[in-house]
Design a binder for this molecule. Structure first.
Ligand code: GLC
Length: 571
């Protein structure tokens, strides 16, 4: 059964990273027909919506985040007919589908970029991207010192049609991903049309890639990123290419297009900004509907830091009428079963030469508790394929098999994101653990990947998969996503405890076992001994059907003042 009006306020949205989900044609790269064969597994898991990472036409230099044609499916993944079939099958099961839109940059293979190269300096075709003359006597130096998120300069010099060394173009990511000029009306019009193309096909919304980066400061001078700039430079508040105020007008325009369509279509911002207060301004009532909560994702396994980020989120987003969102894993970060054992801010990935490689059993124990905490929070939650199987980050990928441009652009100094992108296991004992019948996989699966296979976990009542199934069922039945969180104080520094609607949630981060409150246990992330909650364990307890919230004397979190937020962060 699909959720009703404004479903995105409480939805659990499952990210399919199509290359690594399920492969139907045996070439080692997952595809849409493969995903279709697994849709009942997602219905069985109990998710409300699916977000597809990009499957549009692309040379795949950044795994599809380099788009050559925004209105077609890459043959690697299938055809538009395959997409329509997937969408129809999802809708039949009450599952919504949102697609990934990459508006900050295209691929160098995009027709507009090719036109721009051929058209020469000063042409209208060049105006759609960010071409500038270089510095130095001969234009031999890049126009400024901006750095690519993947390492190295953010500028690439081209050869002009007459064979001379020419202008430079900006690429905040790989050199195969030239940035669009979002001050150009033609670019704006083109993307409104692309939105309509997918909305007409029936998609339920978009995850908007690099939403923080579309507008660059007009005078493109040098900028020194602070050394602790955080993932994607999210803490770099003075950045000339992050969170510029004019970006809001773009999303206001998009909001209007979404509103022309029936059903509640959603825009979700991938905006790496430093705080929830700032990010909230992206989800005001006439802009996007949701933004990823990267502040939450970047918080380590630390009760007070988690309490702070949860409180801040539940103050900031409701202030603008938006739901908070929560996320622990995605295709850009170390899987949380591994990451939560490490200090926060793991921006480089991990690999065989990393100083510390966490042990999986302990990591999984913690990850299950973290997931129980997350899925009990009001708002919407994002899951990344494979986390429901408790997958760890894959560490031992040989250098020569690594595909993330980050690895090559930093000469292997940063491992990058391949470790969370390894094709997921479905069936124990089958070739490539059931990912592909031929056994091919675009990234190598590690030894013993089968132990996490879905069929094994489905049959094991104590598995992580069955824990997720249980939590999603309870969360939906009790409408936890639409309820109100009330902190329980006086539980000591090592414990987090709160009520949400008719459940009490307790998470123990400390060494000492914590006495369980009374009530029936709905779910626990690990074994409970003598009515105590051991370390790194979470529990949901039924509060006897009594909703605890403002009506029953609970003290909910007070939303921030929206005018304050606007005054501080502008836009
Ligand atoms: C986003 C994507 C990431 C991609 C980058 C460039 O951050 O999540 O995977 O590499 O944008 O498009």
């Amino acid at each position: 059964m699909a959720l009703g009006d404004e479903w995105w306020r409480e939805a659990v949205i499952y990210q399919i990273y199509p290359r690594s989900f399920a492969d139907a044609n045996g070439d080692g790269v997952g595809d849409l027909p493969g995903a279709l064969t697994r849709i009942d597994d997602l219905a069985d898991l109990g998710v409300d919506a699916i977000w597809f990472s990009p499957f549009m036409r692309s040379p795949q230099r950044d795994a599809g985040y380099d788009v050559a044609d925004y209105r077609d499916i890459d043959p690697l993944f299938g055809t538009l007919v395959d997409f329509d079939a997937f969408l129809a099958a999802a809708h039949e099961r009450g599952i919504r589908v949102i697609v990934d839109l990459v508006p900050n940059h295209s691929s160098v293979a995009h027709a507009w970029f090719q036109e721009a190269l051929a058209a020469g300096p000063g042409s209208a075709a060049r105006e759609r991207y960010l071409f500038l003359d270089g510095r130095g006597s001969d234009g031999e130096l890049p126009p400024n010192n901006w750095e690519s998120e993947f390492g190295g300069s953010a500028w690439e010099r081209i050869t002009e049609p007459d064979g001379s060394a020419g202008q430079w173009y900006l690429h905040l990511f790989d050199s195969s991903q030239p940035d669009f000029n979002w001050r150009n009306p033609e670019v704006r019009a083109e993307f409104l049309d692309i939105l309509r193309f997918w909305l007409d096909r029936g998609v339920d919304g978009f995850r908007v890639d690099v939403a923080h980066g579309l507008i660059k400061k007009e005078e493109m001078g040098d900028h020194q990123k602070p050394s602790n700039s955080g993932p994607m430079g999210s803490r770099d508040d003075l950045s000339p290419y992050r969170g510029q105020p004019e970006v809001h007008d773009i999303f206001r325009e998009w909001h209007q297009v979404m509103a022309e369509y029936e059903g509640d279509r959603v825009l979700c911002a991938e905006a790496w900004l430093s705080t929830a207060d700032k990010t909230a301004l992206w989800v005001r009532r006439d802009e996007m509907h949701q933004a990823f909560n990267f502040g939450y994702l970047m918080t380590g396994w630390d009760p007070q830091a988690l309490r702070d980020v949860i409180t801040e989120s539940l103050r900031a987003y409701p202030a603008v009428g938006a739901p908070a969102t929560w996320v622990l894993s995605n295709h850009d970060v170390i899987r949380h079963a591994t990451r939560l054992m490490l200090p926060p801010d793991q921006d480089d990935g991990i690999g065989p030469r990393s100083p510390r490689i966490p042990e999986h059993e302990t990591g999984l124990h913690r990850a299950r508790a973290a997931t129980m905490l997350m899925l009990a929070l009001p708002g919407s939650a994002y899951l990344y394929q494979g986390e429901e199987l408790g997958l760890p980050e894959v560490v031992d990928i040989p250098d020569e098999a690594r595909q993330d441009p980050t690895f090559a652009r930093t000469q292997g100094r940063r491992y990058g994101r391949d470790g969370c992108r390894v094709p997921i296991p479905w069936t124990a004992g089958a070739p490539s653990a059931g990912f592909s019948e031929t056994g091919e996989t675009w990234l190598p699966q590690p030894e013993g990947w089968d132990v996490h296979a879905r069929d094994v976990e489905r049959a094991d009542p104590g598995s992580t998969l069955n824990l997720y199934r249980r939590l999603l069922r309870e969360r939906r039945a009790r409408r936890l996503g639409r309820s109100v969180l009330v902190w329980i104080d006086d539980v000591g520094e090592d414990v987090l405890a709160f009520h949400n609607h008719d459940i009490t949630v307790v998470v123990n981060f400390g060494e000492q076992p914590f006495p369980l409150p009374s009530g029936q246990v709905i779910a626990a992330s690990g074994p409970l001994a003598d009515a105590h909650l051991p370390t790194d364990t979470a529990v949901w307890i039924d509060s006897g059907g009594v909703p605890i919230g403002p009506e029953t004397g609970g003290v909910p979190i007070v939303p921030s003042d929206i005018d304050d937020l606007v005054e501080k962060y502008g836009g």
